[in-house]
Design a protein around this ligand. Structure first.
Ligand code: BGC
Length: 373
């Protein structure tokens, strides 16, 4: 009898423990034109929670405990939906159809040339004038349980922003009990096209952007990177990192070499704004980067299936953007680690391909795993 009662209690408690991750819907206000923006908060029993909003399928906040258990936000962003449109910094957004740059806003497929909006000097950046980050995505599904999940989708019309083919893009955010946040991007198309979907979170592990990230230790699992020209388009070279400020094969403070103007690539990027070629086999979910803030003790490991990862140190933030909690963001206040194919791949036949054909399903998966040290 006694054990039956204990058994029943365990059933309840164990079920609670095993189902600790929750997905909860809410509102994130409205845009200036009245369009309502929804939110979904994924939370687990280990103290982590993230908020995703339907505008740009954006990761609006990532709250993670530090070594003392203090729960603070480790991403930059805005408190109001309209700011994501008015002040384009791509904070935490889902970038598409093509993350990063396409030279001169032009590429060819099967002998036909396509022209995109040039919104970054002579080049197209992050999908053009109104990329996927500025579109309102639809919530397709959300669930609580051992993991908390939400799936969002956006259908991009044939010819939108100059890209061929109607594209259906999806992203599933999954939070588990191990403080791992997984993002699975997917896409299908009605005509041959190019695609590079990723997330553009700006991480600052100090919590609530209390300090800049120059003291964060970064490891990049990359033997080589792709140098750029003066407009940040890859030259085509795959340069070994050995002996350069781009060697992060061992954990190194971000700020250690960021001002080393003897290196032309540091000059051109105003710091780090480069694609690193992730070691190992693309398609395998392998460790691409590790970031550690020695003060808060927070550690973030990035695992990715993509061939490359863009390492960007917020070089264009100039103190004129006021983010969450009325915080002014300045150069070097965050690290972006954006897994994807290489910038301008559509114009580099020898880079891993960004082409997507009808009948194929594009996949780009990444995990941001948090722990403390
Ligand atoms: C690019 C930067 C760009 C930034 C915009 C990054 O992915 O590499 O050059 O300024 O996005 O937020």
């Amino acid at each position: 009898m006694k054990s039956a009662i204990l058994g029943a209690a365990c059933l309840v408690l164990c079920a609670t423990a095993a189902n600790a991750a929750t997905a909860t819907g809410g509102s994130f206000g409205a845009l200036a034109d009245g369009t309502k923006i929804d939110s979904v908060t994924l939370a687990n029993g280990a103290g982590m929670s993230v908020r995703i909003i339907t505008l740009g399928a954006t990761l609006q906040s990532v709250i993670v405990p530090d070594k003392q258990g203090r729960k603070e936000d480790v991403t930059l962003g805005y408190d109001k939906a309209q700011d994501y449109l008015t002040r384009p910094n791509y904070f935490g957004v889902s970038v598409g159809r093509y993350a990063n740059r396409i030279a001169k806003g032009k590429f060819s497929l099967d002998g036909k040339t396509y022209t995109l909006a040039t919104n970054d000097g002579p080049n197209s950046l992050h999908g053009g004038a109104k990329g996927f980050d500025k579109r309102v995505w639809k919530i397709d599904a959300m669930s609580s349980g051992a993991d908390a999940k939400v799936t969002l989708s956006y259908v991009s019309a044939d010819g939108e922003e100059g890209f061929p083919g109607q594209m259906r893009a999806t992203v599933t955010y999954t939070l588990n009990e191990k403080n791992e946040l997984r993002l699975d991007y997917g896409a299908t198309t009605s005509k041959p096209t190019v695609v590079n979907l990723t997330n553009h979170a700006y991480f600052n592990l100090s919590g609530n952007a209390a300090r800049d990230v120059m003291g964060h230790l970064v490891t990049l699992k990359a033997e080589r990177f792709t140098p750029v020209d003066a407009t940040l388009i890859p030259t085509g070279e795959r340069r070994p990192v050995a002996g350069t400020p781009f060697d992060f094969r061992k954990a190194t403070p971000v700020g250690a070499r960021i001002r080393d103007a003897r290196d032309t690539q540091i000059r051109l990027g105003r710091g780090y704004d480069h694609n690193f070629i992730v070691d190992g086999k693309a398609g395998d979910l392998r460790t691409a980067a590790i970031v550690e803030d020695p003060v808060s003790g927070r550690v973030m490991e990035v695992r990715a299936t993509a061939p490359g990862i863009q390492f960007y140190t917020g070089n264009f933030m100039d103190g004129t953007f006021f983010g969450k909690n009325q915080r002014s963001y300045r150069q070097g206040d965050a690290i972006c680690l954006e897994p994807g194919v290489f910038p301008d791949a559509p114009n580099h036949p020898d880079f891993p391909s960004a082409r997507l054909n009808p009948g194929q399903t594009y996949v780009n998966s990444m995990v941001f795993a948090f722990r403390t040290k």
